[in-house]
Design a protein around this ligand. Structure first.
Ligand code: SF4
Ligand code: SF4
Length: 435
């Protein structure tokens, strides 16, 4: 047992250390963006976190995947409370440390964990089926080829194996209770109690081996999962909370103006403001070319994206066959942040000659956006792909002057006539005179 205790403590230290290093890199990558503005309306934000991140309110617009996802999420989180006992058992060399403390409530608690474990197992199996056999369209789009597809399957299969290991260890444990001094009698567990006869014919040493396989597999799996998380879309299990907290609270249609440009327009509309206007400050880059020009809120959102594709399924540009996919915008933003992070790890220059716009997202994609906000409305965790699209588009048009010719005419009219039309402002009410 002492050998197992030492092995367990070493495993735990290694897992915590590597998870800590990955978390630091993640924070550094998100910090590549510009700092966020001060947080206001905190109560409203907390309510959003409770409803959207914890309660998954927006998921229920599609009830079947929502229920499956709910079981996977709640089950996985709650079952991991049991990990606390496993960790304490592993460190102290005890077995089922909480059983004497909780008394007759202990089997009820473990039985409820087992119920959730079985629901997680079934939900993951159905989700795998939907993704790989039914080939649901939004889960099989071009941006999901290669790693994103493998990533989704890895997690679903891992959860199935973890839950099976959990049930195996409980079933072997029930068979060992009363036969081996280490396995204290706890009372029956509802679900593993049903599987108990299947292992009843095995010898005590064989049951101990099976119980230990289940126990070690469960804890190694969880340590591995914690370390895989930063490289996976499943990071949303954690990041959906801050992302929802930092949601944009203004009306969805409101666009973020550049203060200097806004002041110029106000002066154009009301020249009297010119005398009181402050001298213009140094204007940085118009819009965004790379992830460093985006805000940390945008980068946090990119790392939180679950790749569910609800945004793309609602996007009129995508539906009508355009190249644009808001999900791909978020995935590309995360991939580019990761690339810069890897450059920093390798002590290379942050300016590697590449950029988000051009190397990851094309002009054709961003120009296809109608700014309808359907993607923002559809996202279960309030991610705003349009914010990134607009900033990239602002750069394309204001810095590179690469707008389509039809748009240029409109821009000229706005600049000269303060309206998209070709009329002079003084002629604007002529239609009324003609009446
Ligand atoms: S705002 Fe743009 S990206 Fe979002 S749904 Fe509308 S067209 Fe698609
Ligand atoms: S942005 Fe939101 S809706 Fe779109 S794929 Fe990511 S999580 Fe899903």
């Amino acid at each position: 047992m002492l050998t197992q205790q030492i092995a367990f403590i070493l495993l735990l230290i290694a897992a915590i250390y590597t998870a800590y290093r990955s978390t630091r890199k993640l924070i550094r990558n998100i910090s590549l963006g510009k700092p966020m503005e001060a947080v206001d309306r905190v109560n409203e934000r907390i309510k959003l976190v409770v409803l959207n991140a914890l309660g998954q309110r927006k998921m229920f617009t599609r009830p079947i995947p929502a229920i499956l996802h709910f079981f996977v999420y709640v089950g996985f989180v709650i079952i991991n409370i049991e990990v606390l006992e496993i960790i304490l058992d592993g460190i102290t060399g005890h077995h089922r440390l909480f059983a004497p403390i909780l008394g007759r409530f202990y089997p009820i608690l473990i039985s409820s964990f087992e119920f959730l474990g079985i629901m997680v197992l079934l939900s993951c199996a159905i989700l795998l089926y939907r993704r790989n056999v039914l080939k649901v369209k939004r889960l099989n789009m071009p941006e999901l080829s290669n790693f994103p597809r493998i990533d989704a399957n890895i997690i679903l299969v891992t959860e199935i194996i973890l839950m099976s290991a959990f049930l195996l260890l409980d079933t072997a444990d029930l068979n060992l209770q009363g036969k081996h001094e280490h396995y204290i009698v706890t009372g029956n567990f509802f679900f593993s109690g049903m599987f108990k006869p299947a292992l009843a014919g095995l010898s005590v040493p064989a049951l101990v081996v099976l119980e230990r396989i289940g126990w070690w597999f469960h804890i190694i799996g969880i340590c591995a999962f914690a370390n895989y998380l930063p490289y996976s879309k499943h990071l949303h299990i954690i990041l959906s909370f801050p992302t929802t907290f930092y949601s944009k609270l203004e009306s969805k249609g409101k666009m973020q103006n550049m203060p200097d440009v806004e002041r110029e327009v106000q002066i154009m509309l009301n020249p009297a403001l010119a005398s009181s206007a402050e001298a213009p400050t140094e204007v940085g880059r118009f819009g965004a070319k790379d992830v460093m020009d985006l805000s940390r809120r945008d980068l946090l959102a990119a790392y939180s994206c679950t790749e569910c594709g609800r945004c793309t399924a609602a996007c009129p540009a995508n539906i009508t066959g355009k190249l644009l996919s808001p999900r791909k915008i978020m995935m590309a933003t995360r991939d580019r942040s990761e690339e810069i992070g890897r450059n920093l790890d390798a002590k290379k220059d942050i300016n590697d000659g590449k950029s988000l716009l051009g190397d990851y997202i094309t002009q054709e994609e961003i120009l296809a956006c109608t700014s309808c906000q359907a993607c923002v409305e559809a996202c279960p965790i309030n991610i705003d792909p349009l914010s990134i699209i607009l900033q990239l588009r602002r750069y394309t048009i204001m810095e590179e002057a690469k707008s389509p010719s039809g748009w240029n005419a409109m821009f000229g009219n706005i600049e000269n006539n303060q309206a998209p039309w070709q009329f002079s402002p003084s002629d604007r009410f002529k239609w009324a005179e003609e009446e």
